[in-house]
Design a protein around this ligand. Structure first.
Ligand code: NAD
Length: 295
């Protein structure tokens, strides 16, 4: 029987655990965790993502601050805003929503974020700490996947894990996490990308297949081993006149046929997606409690 890995349900469980912890902190006289989100410009998708993050803060009892800045803000001014938040003791976690306008260097801004407040896990300090296996803020999407594997008790030790896609925010960290000497981990990992030769043959040898390449329904049943665990990170909107919204969401995996072969699979929507915000909230709680860097 196939297991549908339910990210929506799991993310609600995590949010409820976080809300319980916040209540304990506040009841003991402590302060609520506080996340600041910086949004530059008026990109529709970014506004939706940031809005969802702020709403989720409310849901678990966090304080949040949304800093909205004009598209035309200079790099220098944005760096000053980040530094002010770095120095503000009331704020535990800081995220700068990407993408940024072209005239601003993502590297400079990311590097300005104090690692202790970098709950997106994007700074070199946190990527380095994760790679070394030290306490770190792990980027929200890979962290969400690790949490799903854990909560669904997916066996990983000695398995062959194939990751498709090597982005800094998903594929690359995922390959590091799956190879580390702990659970979930201890996999033999193959990291594949756009220059990989014979990708279908390699994918077919995976016990655990993590798909994050950003191509709708790229992975078909013939690329998947019988009984594999399939994690689909992709999200794409396709027109669908039968839906009230006029569209539906699909992943990087052809769910209907791959689910006939897999032993466990994440659906889209309702798989990896909802876990991302839950992970960000969890990192913010860790920040407030000084669990990664100590207080
Ligand atoms: P990206 O575009 O930054 O990276 C894609 C990677 O896939 C690259 O490393 C590239 O080398 C590789 N690739 C491209 N074509 C390939 C091919 N034909 N064969 C093998 N590898 C190929 O993408 P990303 O930011 O990692 O996102 C991937 C997907 O996941 C997107 O659909 C994105 O929307 C989605 N995503 C979802 C969440 C979530 O919360 N669920 C979070 C981040 C990204």
């Amino acid at each position: 029987m196939i297991t549908i890995i339910d990210g929506k349900k799991t993310s609600e469980e995590i949010k409820s655990e976080i809300a319980t912890r916040v209540k304990e902190i506040v009841d003991a006289g402590g302060k609520k965790p506080h996340l600041a989100a910086v949004l530059v410009g008026n990109d529709g998708a970014s506004q939706t993502y940031v809005g969802a993050k702020v709403k989720a803060c409310d849901q678990v009892g966090f304080d949040s601050t949304l800093v909205r800045l004009e598209e035309t803000i200079s790099e220098e001014e944005l760096l000053t805003v980040v530094e002010d938040i770095n120095q503000n003791p009331a704020i535990d976690g800081l995220i700068v929503q990407l993408p940024l306008p072209k005239h601003i260097s993502v590297e400079k801004v990311t590097n300005k974020i104090k690692p202790e407040k970098d709950v997106d896990g994007f700074t070199p300090a946190n990527v380095g700490r994760m790679t070394l296996g030290w306490p770190a803020y792990v980027a929200a999407t890979p962290y969400g996947i690790v949490e799903l594997l854990k909560r669904y008790q997916i066996e990983t030790s000695g398995k062959h894990c194939v990751v498709i896609g090597r982005s800094h925010i998903v594929g690359s960290p995922m390959s590091i996490l799956m190879a580390r000497n702990e659970y979930p981990g201890n996999c033999t990992v193959t990291l594949t990308h756009s220059r990989t030769k014979n990708l279908p043959e390699i994918a077919k040898t995976a016990d655990i297949l993590i798909v994050a390449l950003g191509k709708p329904e790229f992975v078909t049943a013939d690329m998947v081993k019988e009984g594999a665990v399939v994690i689909d990170v992709g999200i794409h909107r396709v027109d669908d006149s039968s839906k009230k919204s006029g569209f539906r969401l699909i992943g990087d995996v052809k769910f209907d046929e791959v689910s006939q072969k897999a032993s466990a699979i994440t659906p889209v929507p309702g798989g990896v997606g909802p876990m991302t915000i839950a992970s960000l909230l969890f990192n913010t709680l860790l920040a407030a409690e000084g669990k990664v860097y100590g207080n």
